[in-house]
Ligand binder design. Sequence first.
Ligand code: CUA
Length: 436
Amino acid sequence: MRLTTLLPTYAQWGRAALAIGGLALLTGCDLNFWRMDGHQSTMVVDGPVARSQLDVFMVTVWVTLAIFVIVGAVLAYATWKFRAKSEADEHAETPPQSHGNPMVEIGLIAASVFALVIIAVPTLKAIWFTYDIPGGETRPQLDALVKKGEAYEVNGIGYQWWFKFEYPTEQINGAGSLITSNELVIPAGRPVRINLRTMDVIHSFWVPKLAGKVDMIPNRANHLWLQADKPGYFWGQCAEYCGDSHAVMRFRVIALAPKEFSEWLEAQKLPARDVAPKPVATVAPKAQFAALRSFKKNEYGFSDKYAAEPNRNPLEAWRDKQNPEKGEDPELIAKGKALFTAKGCIGCHAVRGHGAAGVTAPDLTHIGSRSTIAGGLLENNSEQLRRWLSNPEAVKPGNKMALAYARTDYYGKKIEGISLTAEDEVALVAYLESLK
Ligand code: CUA
């Protein structure tokens, strides 16, 4: 058979081009896709740890690309040079077979070892770099790569399906360490050591633009360090399958300049904000109803400020959340605060200063100042908060809050629990939003 009969026909080439064109269209011709600069891209990085890991990846890419080009070229040359040139060639006897050339074989083994050494040297360097926490010991090479100064320490604890962050160096009078959830605020330009723990199953902590993932394993103390080059808003994700809602177990990292970071710490250490109702209790509540509409399962929840508006800087959106909203309704907030106790929310959640001290669920002392809710899944606004409160199971399947709600089980048996009217939901939303 002639080689040319094996080549694709023009029609086949055409179909291949159509398929590739179709793939390009499927990506929506999204520039981010081609630049590989999504929220969770490891190809465009913002910190020294992720950068060292990207460098190792690129060394591997170049070495394997060189091997591909050399092997491909030799194969193409041999295929072309020794092709059947005539009818007689095609029916010729197979040439005598030999075992091979010892020099060629030794040469190939040496070349393979050489290629692996090229990859191994930067790999080992990167492993040491990611394991050694700056400031821990004197490591001049390391200190040259990251800014001087001791690593800031934070504990990251995985729960099904959210992250708790503890600041052991930030003590609050009589209330232990500062605790927040799902949004890790760190100082920019300074190494941060994160002690990784889990409350239940294995999770994995991953902020793709800042550092590679490290598992949170029961009964095992893991840690990683990362550093953000400059202030920014970063996406994080649990990277180890951990149950029903693993895929939506997300978090954010917000890196702030030193001054803004210490201001944030001071604000967070304060007890929850109290919005006192007006002394005259006859003021009718304003109609501050959060929109109630039915959401589709898996409907996107943090689109407007954080993804769809390309000109919207997510860090700016986060900063806006630090201030009280305009047009708050103190009556409604007071009603929500009373409901928070009456409905038993205080059994699991803590709101420092408001008599809620639960520890099994996220600390809500300053929930109004966070950009996301429900484990980094939904944007924190009245619409999404109400969506979450009215049917948590539909947002994050299998979550523990949904178990506290009144519901009908698999066998049709009614189970007692929290039930909220539309007015209750609106009041609770107003209260939570006021907790700046
Ligand atoms: Cu936690 Cu996956």
